[in-house]
Design a binder for this molecule. Structure first.
Ligand code: FPP
Length: 251
């Protein structure tokens, strides 16, 4: 039985003071390295360390879902040697971290168009997901070769394959189980580090009513205190989901 989470557009979800789900675009690794006259890949390696810290910080704060944009569908446009280094980093991170994640109750999910990754990486992803599948403390989703538009299109196409004779168009509850992150509530809080203020084809569907937080802090400098600042900003927001302030104030 698949657990169904409330949809922010079809229903009114609750707005917990501590976000249940934090989604992050980890931007600024390259600039962090450049400022130190280091190669960009050193910035990405530092970025992996911050991923580890963020997993720990979310567990401590009882945040149930952490989703990270590790590699977008458009990141293949980067120089070939940077792409290769990023792939090596993913392999190393999986080889080194999965057992520790498992011991700490982390369920790992990797979503995206994984067919373009090499066999070793796909095998590690499969093994990591299988090993950790029953863990429930924190679900860590890594979006890899992911794009929000890709996700919506693959969901529509999968729905059509399963409903070849449908006479009605697909609706929101019908499509939701086909989206890559159907197993998670919509993000309460979206964070983008590195100073840019855009979504960059991340979770286009799921961010419909997420609170957006942008910071100039570069990802390799983003620590637990920075996460707390984002959470405090989130806690000050009025989450109306289309209603008025007066309606929220009414008993
Ligand atoms: C954006 O910084 C970052 C990326 C495209 C890669 C993010 C990957 C990691 C942090 C490491 C791997 C993560 C996991 C989950 C193992 P940028 O290179 O665009 O920085 P810039 O804007 O300063 O150039």
């Amino acid at each position: 039985m698949i657990k169904r989470f409330l949809s922010s557009t079809a229903e009114i979800p609750d707005a917990p003071p501590m976000p249940r789900h934090v989604a992050i675009i980890m931007d600024g690794n390259g600039r962090w390295a450049k400022k130190r006259l280091m190669p960009r890949v050193t910035g990405h390696a530092k970025g992996v360390e911050r991923v580890r810290d963020m997993v720990e910080a979310c567990i401590k704060r009882e945040i149930g879902y952490l989703t990270l944009f590790a590699f977008s569908s458009e990141n293949w446009r980067r120089p070939q040697d940077e792409v290769s280094h990023l792939m090596e980093l993913f392999v190393m991170a999986l080889e080194r971290e999965v057992d520790k994640m498992h011991r700490n109750g982390v369920r790992l999910r990797v979503v995206g168009d994984l067919g373009r990754f090499d066999a070793r990486l796909r095998e590690l992803i499969e093994q990591g997901e299988a090993l950790t599948s029953d863990n429930a403390r924190l679900t860590l989703t890594v979006c890899a070769n992911y794009g929000g538009r890709w996700d919506i299109l693959q969901a529509v196409n999968a729905w059509r394959r399963d409903h070849p004779d449908a006479s009605e168009p697909v609706d929101e509850p019908g499509l939701a189980p086909y989206l890559s992150m159907h197993y998670a509530p919509e993000p309460d809080l979206f964070i983008r580090t590195g100073g840019e203020q855009r979504i960059s084809n991340f979770l286009l569907w799921q961010l419909a009513y997420s609170e957006l937080y942008f910071t100039d802090t570069l990802w390799p400098d983003f620590n637990a205190a920075a996460l707390d600042r984002a959470i405090v900003s989130y806690q000050k927001r009025e989450r109306r989901f289309g209603r008025t302030s007066e309606q929220l104030a009414a008993p």
